[in-house]
Each structure stands twice: as C-alpha cells, then as structure tokens.
Design a protein around this ligand. Structure first.
Ligand SMILES: NC(=O)c1ccc[n+]([C@@H]2O[C@H](COP(=O)([O-])OP(=O)(O)OC[C@H]3O[C@@H](n4cnc5c(N)ncnc54)[C@H](OP(=O)(O)O)[C@@H]3O)[C@@H](O)[C@H]2O)c1
Length: 233
C-alpha cells in the first residue's frame, strides 16, 4: 500500500501537512520522538477521514539504526513510500560564544543528520518502487542567508542544502525528484522554548504554508524544484 511519510508530523508544519494529505485521501505515516505527541496526532488524524490510513512510528531520525529498523518494518508491512516530507527540525537562538555541546548536537542531529539518514534510506526504497517518487524537504530561509544568533541552525540548514543538491546530481535521470522549500518564520511550537524577542504576529500560519507545499508537491504536471515562501514584513 502507498503512503506519504512526514518526519516531525506530530507538531507545527508537519502536522498541518499530514492533515492536508489525510483530507484529500492520502495514506499518511507520521514520525516523531515524543510518544504522547505521536499518539495524539495519530488519533486526531484518524478522526479527519475514514478514507485514509494513518500510521505513526516513534523514531529518532538522527539514529541510523532506528531509521534502518523503520524501513525494515515498512518492508515487512508491505508499505511503499512515494512521497517523503523531510520536515523534522529544531530551532536555536543564542550567541555563538555560548554554544553548548548539547546545542550543537541536538540542532545538527534534528535538522541535518536526520534528513541525511532518511534521504539515504528512502532512495533505495523508492528506486525499488519503479514509479515516480518525490522527496520534499523543509529547510528555511536560514539556508540562504546568515543570521546573527541562529548560527548553528543556519549551519545545519546550509548543510542540508548542500547535501540535497549533491543527492539531486547523483540520482538525476531516475524516478526520484527532490523539491526544496525555504520557508520564513512560522508561528509553531518550534519557538516555544526559545527566547528570541521576535514579533510572532507577522509570522506565517503553518496551515497556510502547508497548503502551498502540498499544492506544489502533488502537482504531477510540473516540477517546481526550489521555492522560497516568505512572510510579509
Ligand atoms: N517555525 C519556523 O519559524 C520555521 C521557519 C522555517 C523553517 N522551519 C522548519 O520547518 C520544519 C518544521 O518546524 P516546525 O516549526 O513545525 O517545528 P515544531 O512544531 O517544533 O515541530 C518539529 C517536529 O520535528 C520532530 N523532530 C525533531 N527532531 C526529531 C528527531 N530527531 N527525530 C524525529 N522527529 C524529530 C518533533 O517531534 P518530537 O518533539 O517528538 O521529536 C516535531 O514533530 C523544521 O525543519 C524547521 O526547521 C521552521
């Protein structure tokens, strides 16, 4: 059975992407680390439509063993992923001089290592499907312009951009397409534990950004490969 898989589908933009997909009858798998958030999301997504199948897996995508186990389980359950949304991420705000080992590891792991792990394994999976497949990647405008106090986050997103552009070159001409989205600020739980001083009233609603991403990612007639979605300032 064919599914769309969303990393970080339990919160913010990822959850809105999952909702939109379920509403149009797509089968959806959401991935997150927090069991309670995962179970709540699965329950709410299942209530949206009886026409879609919804599954959830508790996976830390920065752990390659857990990612390999996920793909083994998908194979056992005869689940095929035609669309992967590499969406999971974690914010950071603070002086470069005060970075801790925990800041560096957690931000690089969620935004960069996890995306590398998922992309690496989904490519083998998708090549076997022998149909057109897509990998949608939620980076950030932080992957395009350096910004004070967001150093390690920007480093992760720039790293993801370099990785994805190289993967694109490596798989060119095959059955897999890579789309990269660069959203600006969104009002999501991403900012909950961050003291940024930003004015969130100007930030985009995740449901509106999700609507654009789904529209572009499901348009089979054209390939919009790189897109910036920014807020009015
Ligand atoms: N909010 C913004 O202003 C903004 C702007 C531009 C780009 N973005 C990007 O948009 C994406 C979605 O962010 P959001 O704003 O929706 O944030 P969010 O509400 O905090 O959601 C982040 C999601 O990622 C999951 N996650 C994080 N690390 C993970 C890991 N190692 N393994 C598995 N799941 C993991 C979280 O689940 P658990 O808590 O269960 O781990 C959660 O479901 C991120 O890539 C972010 O960088 C956000």
């Amino acid at each position: 059975m064919i599914y769309s898989l969303i990393t970080g589908g339990t919160s913010g933009l990822g959850y809105e992407l999952a909702k939109k997909l379920v509403k149009i009858g797509k089968n959806v798998i959401v991935i997150g680390r927090d069991e309670k958030k995962l179970n709540n999301s699965i329950k709410e997504l299942k209530n949206i439509s009886k026409d879609s199948k919804v599954k959830g897996f508790q996976v830390d995508i920065s752990n390659l063993l857990e990612v390999d186990k996920l793909f083994l389980n998908l194979k056992i359950d005869n689940i095929q992923i035609e669309h992967l949304y590499n969406n999971a991420g974690k914010g950071f705000f603070g002086s470069v001089e005060e970075l801790t080992e925990e800041d560096i590891n957690s931000v690089l792991n969620s935004n960069l290592v996890g995306l590398i792990n998922m992309t690496s394994r989904v490519i083998t999976h998708m090549k076997d499907l022998k149909q057109r497949c897509r990998i949608m990647n939620i980076l950030s405008t932080a992957a395009l312009v350096g910004k004070k106090n967001e150093t390690i986050y920007n480093a992760a997103k720039w790293g993801a951009k370099g990785f994805l552009e190289s993967v694109r070159d490596e798989i060119q001409g095959g059955n897999i397409e890579i789309i990269i989205f660069y959203p600006g600020g969104m009002n999501t739980p991403f900012w909950n534990d961050i003291d940024s001083g930003y004015n969130f009233s100007t930030f985009m609603k995740p449901e509106e950004v999700a609507k654009e991403i789904i529209h572009i990612s499901l348009n089979e007639n054209m390939l919009v490969s790189d897109i910036v979605i920014n807020r009015r300032k």
